[in-house]
Design a protein. Sequence first.
Length: 242
Amino acid sequence: MCKIGVSAGKIFFKTKKQVPVFLIEKPIDLVFGMEKYTLGNTASPVILIQPVDDHDLALLESQVKAIKRLAYTHFCLLAVKVNNWNTDLSPWQAPAVFGKADFGDGALQTLHEIVDLCRAADKGKTFHIGGYSLAGLFALWAAYQTDLFAGVAAASPSIWFPGFTDYMRSHTIKSKAVYLSLGDSEEKTRNPAMSKVGDCIRESHEILNSQGIQCTLEWNKGNHFMNPDRRTAKAFAWVMKQ
């Protein structure tokens, strides 16, 4: 199994013998007390990891149905419910861009728990990580820390996050396939930070392709809040086919 550690702010992994675990469909508490939900075929060798909040949870069943229609293969979706969206999914601290809630630096702790879940899974599992909005950004960041995830499904990610495209230019992602998407009106906003999202997603696509990563960028109709379940389903279905 994979053991996660931290040295000088960086994450490293060591391989040890894996221990089987049986995934269940009801919420369970592990490590940091975050709830986990499983949907789909728990015996599948393909596991989709997705950080979620209450709004995402309400859409998971429709999302799973959409993935099944698009991917034509068995999978297990493991949803990890975060306690504080802006803190638990942010790679580093940043000032609020809307409202008064600043962004914290809790992504490392969240990644610790996700890696613990993955390292307990049966040997031979393939893991993809993804999510919507800030969870999509977290998925991208996590794939820079470890090669545990074969694919990244980043649907309408918060790629405008301060300093993230600079981070991408100076680091190499460890996943082989990355799906990016954005609504075609998401950049049409008066918010100074979020209005950069279109330029940032184009830049991210260019960076990953220039580094030889299999990466696609899909433009969806509408703003950030339209059909997040369908957009996330398309993201996961694409990485599963690569």
